[in-house]
Design a protein around this ligand. Structure first.
Ligand code: MG
Ligand code: MG
Length: 258
């Protein structure tokens, strides 16, 4: 069953997702060659707790940290470690918080120093596929309209869409119904109404779509070892136009100054 949020509840979810947006921007200021992913995790955890919230991922299903940090061929759910970022890497950072009992969940893929044109284009297309998904997240449309929009944009760039992991509803739980796949057919799936809050989160591979799970029990990596990107917004479905609860503006303000 789908939970539809009142305007007041959407307001609370906006606060949670703005905190995620600000936490990702805080982390953005520390991403450079030479830092470890565990250091970035500590920056996020301190920032979240200083803002009277709880890191949502820490302890979720036994996950050990506040961020998921997924480098290069890692798709999602990478565990922060003593891995030292190097020039030319890409790193997908996924951040979750609980604030006032409501969840925030968002992700952004960053360049470490200068990256290849091939990787820049992957990031551009992944971001564009997210924006296409958002355009389809309006009342009266179906979930499959989002899925199809994301898939069409990603595949138009020659990329492939991860199948094993999907977007989701968001509220007083991190993962609520419905599932929001990044592939599918227009006109399929549940019909959306105003007040449905969902995370749209394309995971797009430079090579083939298949993934493997590493022995740590968490990290999802591309099977062919080629890079993958991930961007995630929380959006409230509304009439005419989705209300995006996440913003990447804070991140971009930080990156533009670096
Ligand atoms: Mg996420
Ligand atoms: Mg999510």
């Amino acid at each position: 069953m789908l939970h539809y949020k009142t305007d007041e509840e959407v307001g609370l979810l906006r606060k949670s997702n703005l905190l995620v947006s600000r936490a990702l921007a805080e982390v953005a200021g520390h991403i450079r060659p030479g830092v470890t992913t565990l250091y970035l995790d500590s920056i996020a955890e301190t920032f979240i707790r200083d803002n009277n919230a709880i890191p949502a991922f820490k302890g979720y299903g036994g996950f050990p940290n506040s961020l998921c940090t997924s480098v290069n061929a890692e798709v999602v759910h990478g565990i922060p470690s003593d891995y030292v970022l190097k020039e030319g890497d890409i790193i997908s950072i996924d951040c979750g918080v609980v604030l006032n009992g409501w969840y925030g969940d968002g992700a952004y893929t960053f360049a470490v120093g200068r990256i290849s044109d091939e990787l820049k284009r992957l990031l551009e297309y992944t971001r564009a596929s997210l924006e296409e998904g958002v355009r389809a997240a309006v009342a009266g449309n179906r979930i499959g309209d989002i899925s199809s929009a994301v898939q069409t944009m990603a595949e138009s760039g020659g990329y492939s869409v991860v199948r094993e992991l999907v977007g989701h509803g968001l509220g007083k739980k991190l993962h609520e119904a419905p599932e929001v796949p990044n592939f599918g057919k227009r006109g399929s799936g549940p019909k959306m109404k105003k007040g449905l809050v969902i995370c749209i989160e394309p995971m797009i591979n430079l090579g083939r779509k298949e993934t493997v799970r590493l022995n740590d029990g968490w990290t999802i990596r591309t099977a062919d070892g080629r890079p993958s990107a991930h961007f995630e917004y929380a959006v409230a479905v509304d009439k005419g136009r989705a209300d995006v609860l996440t913003t990447f503006q804070f991140i971009e303000d930080v990156l533009n100054k670096m």
